[in-house]
Design a protein around this ligand. Structure first.
Ligand code: SAM
Length: 288
């Protein structure tokens, strides 16, 4: 295969099973001038398995501006540079983004070489809806920002995908159940490895399993999206939404700049479970 000069190749590598690499990825890794790897030790294992001798340098989130500038210069001078992360697809909860941005801004050709990605592998076997999904990556480690992030995902109807460490999984399951309700979910563990396992249960059951076992290995967590249809029919949820809407309208700073009509438009996006007519009635019921 002919590798064009001055090109950035984003090369997916295995997420466990070293055989999960494409022929094109192997060819490209052999033919580029240089491979920038998140972890050069992991890269060396892959290179030794496939007799790849291409020079390696490290590229991670804390890489210096100089390292990025040097790589960009090489690309501008016509070199072909491959990027690999420790596992899976570069840039997906992994380093690579800054170089991708710089290369795009410098009009360098960027070529993705698709392959393993834990999120996609977990999703396709999770038995959760596949028609639309939302990749949420790692949640913030601190509880306040974590809770706020989950609140912001609450109304999403697509299957939610998270990366999580085994150490934090129990706490995450608990917060997920608290914020999102007891939804169908799946813990996808050690994908493509000997102990690969899919636990397809509601969040409450996964949480109780977590009390009995010590989670180990690499984990991708999937949760069914919000079922707006059935939430629409739940009178308790509707009452809660109406109470939140009333509280919002009680803030004079919020209402003062809008006409009733504009308020209704705005609130329809903020309260998707409530019907337009009901929002209008509540807006009219507020004393000027
Ligand atoms: N770039 C990678 C990808 O394309 O999937 C993800 C890198 S991210 C730093 C690592 C996280 O991905 C792990 O903490 C775990 O949540 C998930 N992950 C990676 N490999 C996995 C595997 N074999 N099984 C389950 N989850 C995995």
């Amino acid at each position: 295969m002919e590798v064009a000069a001055g090109e950035l190749f984003l090369i997916a590598t295995p997420i466990g099973n070293l055989a999960d690499i494409t022929l094109r990825a192997l060819e490209t890794l052999r033919e580029v001038d240089l491979v920038a790897a998140e972890d050069t030790r992991t890269a060396k294992k892959l290179f030794s398995r496939y007799q790849i001798k291409t020079p390696l340098i490290s590229l991670h989130d804390n890489s210096s501006v100089k390292r990025l500038a040097d790589l960009l210069k090489k690309l501008q001078d016509g070199e072909a540079v491959g990027v690999i992360s420790e596992a899976g697809t570069p840039g997906i909860s992994d380093p690579g983004y800054r170089l991708i941005q710089l290369a795009a801004a410098a009009a360098i050709r960027i070529t993705p070489l698709p392959g393993a990605c834990a999120a996609v592998a977990a999703l396709c076997a999770s038995a959760l809806p596949l028609d639309s999904f939302y990749f949420a990556g790692f949640l913030p480690p601190r509880s306040g920002p974590r809770q706020r992030r989950l609140e912001s995902l609450k109304e999403i109807e697509a299957t939610l995908i998270f990366y999580e460490s085994p150490r934090r999984l129990n706490a995450t399951l608990e917060t997920l159940e608290k914020v999102l309700g007891d939804r169908p979910a799946c813990v996808a563990r050690e994908l493509t490895k000997i102990h690969e396992e899919f636990l397809r249960y509601p969040l409450s059951h996964l949480r109780s399993l977590g009390c009995e076992r010590n989670w180990r290995g690499e984990i991708t967590l999937l949760v069914a999206g919000c079922d707006l249809e059935s939430r629409n029919r739940d009178p308790q949820t509707l009452l809660e939404e109406e109470a939140k809407l009333q509280a919002r309208l009680a803030d004079p700073e919020f209402v003062k700049d809008y006409s009733n009509r504009d308020l209704v438009e705005l609130l329809m996006t903020e309260f998707p479970l409530l019907k337009r007519r009901r929002i209008y009635e509540i807006v009219l019921s507020i004393e000027p």
